[in-house]
Write a protein that binds this ligand. Sequence first.
Ligand code: URA
Length: 199
Amino acid sequence: MNEESETDMAEILSDEIRELINGGFSFVENKILECRNCALHETVTNKVISKGSTAPKVVFIGEAPGKNEDETGIPFCGRAGKLLDKFIAYMELKEDEWAVINTLKCRPPANRTPTKKEIEICRPFLTAQLTLMKPKIIILLGNTAEKAYGESLEWGEAKQREDGTYIVKIFHPAALIYQRSREAEQYAFLDKYKHLWKN
Ligand code: URA
C-alpha cells in the first residue's frame, strides 16, 4: 500500500468510527449484527457484543467469543467467564461499575487466535464501544486485546493516558485455566491497581 492510499484508508476508517459514535450504542449494535466485512460472519451463530454497564468505570477487553459465547451471544459466559467473575468480585466492583467487550465480535473457527487482519477490521467497533462507554480504566485481558488497543504493555503494567484514564494489562482468564500457578500473580496485579477503581 502506498502512502496516499494509507492516508485514504485512515480517513475512511475515522469517518466510519465517527458515524458509529454519533449513532450511539444501538446503532453500533446493529452495525455489528449486519457486518460482513470478514469471513467470520459465515460461520458465526451469534455475534457477541457486550455485557455489563453502558457507563462503566472499568472495561475489560477480551479476545474473541468461544463456543459458549457463540451459542448464547453473551461474552465470557463459559469457563473463562467464571474466572473473570472471580476477578470482578475480588476487585469489589459493583454491578454498574464494569463492562466486558471483546476484540472480535465473531467466534474464530475452533477458537483460533484472531488474525491481524480480523483485529483491524473489527477495531472500529471496539473503538466506538470504548468511546461511548468512557471508562476510567481499560483492562486488557491478554495479548490480543493489547494488539487491538494498539499500545504495548508488560504483564501487570498500567499506563496513564493523556486524558487521565488508565490502561492495565493482565492475564487472560483462559490462560490461567491452564496455568493455575500464575493466578497469584494476577491477584497481585489487581491488588497493585486497586486504588484506580476504588476512588
Ligand atoms: N474468551 C474471550 O476472550 N472472550 C469471551 O467472550 C470468551 C472467552
